[in-house]
Design a binder for this molecule. Structure first.
Ligand SMILES: Cc1cc2nc3c(=O)[nH]c(=O)nc-3n(C[C@H](O)[C@H](O)[C@H](O)COP(=O)(O)OP(=O)(O)OC[C@H]3O[C@@H](n4cnc5c(N)ncnc54)[C@H](O)[C@@H]3O)c2cc1C
Length: 322
């Protein structure tokens, strides 16, 4: 049998989240002696096949239709279900992004099976599948028995390190008639709000909290982030104060990040903030309070006034960068 992964792409660009899902799917498939196949929908689906093959797709099923030319959850779910009925996979998985969860909810409803979202581990069990999934924004892990003929799972974004495992990536066209009425969600206009590196994908995030004191103080974080090729983030105290836009907020009700380096300046590290930053590979905290939660989580901490330390770091980075 096979584990079927739903690939996300935006006009032919595949997000890291899909490679995370493929990596998790390989582990699940290996535990059942299954293969990994991928379904890619929309006009550019054939062109992303090499990327998917590099991450373990033995077969890439491409589905094209006028109603799939842009993302629409109803049409996507209908198309995936048609393929599921044709190839009978043991599991259908995607990344736990808003799109991944939206499509899988539609798939599970149409197949009349359970759906487990934001899973971090899954394996076959006697009665179906045993899965561990995140709850409460990732601060709680829950073990669940999934009693289903086919497991419908989304894997929590940033919980799996994507790795490559080259496979055949044979492209197979799947034809399905999708009625025009399925195009209930039609994208009329798109505005790119952040050019280049985004908060979610930045290798370095320099974040400020209430300890910054005011909006103007963020200028030094902007300068440091630019020197390091990163982005500025912030806590909810900052967005509540109107110092930064919500698009910069890290956390449960903001953006989940997983940078190589997370530099948190004047942030206490409340659970709701930490769940958005805990995927960071290296955490550095600058805080006057040695007992602050974020200081206890950080690999390195500077217990001092950020208004002295951040300018000193900028100075040092400039010196080293010549
Ligand atoms: C439902 C819900 C959802 C939430 N979602 C989010 C979310 O997505 N993201 C989020 O961030 N929060 C979220 N929160 C809010 C969260 O609980 C905290 O209130 C918030 O994260 C606190 O922000 P902060 O760390 O900047 O401020 P504080 O907790 O006030 O911490 C400020 C820190 O700055 C330090 N400091 C002060 N002055 C200096 C200085 N000069 N130099 C160095 N350090 C200094 C202090 O020691 C302190 O540790 C949510 C809350 C709820 C109830």
């Amino acid at each position: 049998m096979t584990v079927l992964v739903i690939a996300e792409h935006d006009r032919g660009e595949v997000p890291i989240a899909t490679f995370e899902a493929l990596t998790a799917a390989r582990t699940l498939a290996a535990s059942m002696d299954d293969t990994v196949e991928v379904v890619a929908l929309g006009d550019e689906s054939a062109q992303i096949a090499p990327d998917l093959a590099l991450h373990g797709a033995e077969v890439v099923h491409t589905i094209m239709s006028p109603v799939l030319s842009d993302y629409g959850p109803e049409a996507y779910a209908e198309a995936v279900v048609a393929l599921v009925n044709a190839i009978s996979p043991s599991a259908v998985v995607a990344s736990g992004t808003s799109r991944g969860n939206e499509v899988l909810a539609g798939v599970a409803a149409r197949l009349d099976v359970a759906f487990a979202a934001n899973v971090v581990a899954a394996e076959k069990s006697a009665g179906g599948f045993s899965v561990t999934r995140q709850q409460w924004g990732g601060s709680l892990l829950e073990d669940v028995d999934l009693d289903a003929r086919v497991a419908v799972l989304s894997f929590a974004h940033h919980s799996i390190e994507p790795t490559e495992a080259p496979a055949a990536g044979t492209v197979s066209t799947f034809n399905v008639d999708l009625p025009d009425e399925l195009a209930r969600t039609v994208i009329k206009d798109r505005t790119v709000t952040s050019a280049g590196v985004t908060l979610a994908t930045a290798p370095v995030v320099v974040s400020g909290g209430r300890g910054m004191g005011n909006a103007e103080a963020f200028a030094m974080l902007e300068e440091l982030a630019e020197l390091l090729g990163g982005r500025v983030g912030c806590s909810r105290a900052v967005t509540n104060n109107g110092w930064r836009n919500h698009s910069d907020q890290v956390g449960q009700t903001g953006t989940r990040i997983a940078p190589e380096v997370y530099l948190a300046c004047g942030i206490s590290g409340a659970t709701q903030h930490w769940v958005g930053a805990m995927g960071s590979k290296n955490v550095i905290a600058i805080n006057t309070d040695a007992e602050a939660n974020l200081v206890t989580k950080a690999g390195h901490a500077v217990i001092a006034d950020l208004h002295e330390i951040v300018p000193a770091i900028i100075e040092e980075v400039k010196k080293r960068q010549g």
